[in-house]
Write a protein that binds this ligand. Structure first.
Ligand SMILES: [Zn+2]
Length: 217
């Protein structure tokens, strides 16, 4: 089972990807995490990527495509995967389609998590992330039990530099322009399924499972 998750930042893609990953025993691959690992390790790709990330812009296609293709060749992705944060542009989607066609393993479905701009801004500007396990919290909507500490590993939570209001608004504008055309791209291929994602996490999980029931049984 090979899935792509789409949706505005703050739509809960990462959280739902983790839930589905555990359920199906396939890895949730977040390009945000792959990128941050490259940046932290100071690889050449990472150094190049960092400039764009610091400005709240997306990293150039050729860099991201290389990182993702490398990741998909790892053995744990053989049984399937959930891609979260990739593709972000039509050229990236085309590159992914070509790579998967070569392997004879096309996508199973593309799930779009739908929220309003207002919800996206509210969720992201209050968000804190655990740098170790990548779980996210929200200062009002889902606070950790102990102030600014991860519930699972007690690591101090961090605020990402691309999550202040101005940067989030820029990310939304870029999404509209570059990523929204993907919905049509996947709809034309009969792969797109839409999930209402304004509600609480458990509700979104139920809607997601219902949306892919026919292909994940
Ligand atoms: Zn943690």
């Amino acid at each position: 089972m090979r899935f792509v998750f789409l949706g505005l930042p703050g739509a809960g893609k990462g959280t739902q990807a983790r839930i589905l990953s555990e359920r199906l025993g396939i890895p949730a691959i977040s390009t945000g995490d792959i990128l941050r690992e490259h940046v932290q390790a100071g690889t050449r790709l990472g150094v190049e990527a960092r400039t764009s990330m610091d400005r709240g812009e997306y990293v150039p296609d050729r860099l991201v495509v290389r990182m993702v293709e490398e990741r998909l060749r790892e053995p744990d992705a053989g049984k399937g995967f959930i891609l979260d944060g990739f593709p972000r542009t039509v050229p990236q989607a085309q590159a992914l389609e070509d790579a998967l066609a070569e392997l004879g393993t096309p996508l199973t479905a593309v799930v779009k998590f739908a929220i309003s701009d207002r919800t996206a801004i509210l969720r992201i500007t209050g968000r804190y992330t655990c740098p170790v396990c990548k779980r996210t919290y929200h200062k009002e909507l889902s606070p950790p039990e102990t102030d600014l500490q991860c519930d699972f590993d007690a690591t101090p939570l961090e605020k990402r530099s691309d999550e202040d209001e101005l940067t989030v608004k820029r990310r939304l504008a870029i999404y509209r322009q570059q990523t929204e055309p993907l919905e049509l791209f996947y709809w034309e291929r009969g792969l797109l399924r839409e999930v209402e994602a304004e509600g609480p996490k458990q509700e979104v999980t139920r809607a997601m499972l219902a949306a892919i029931e026919d292909v994940s049984a």
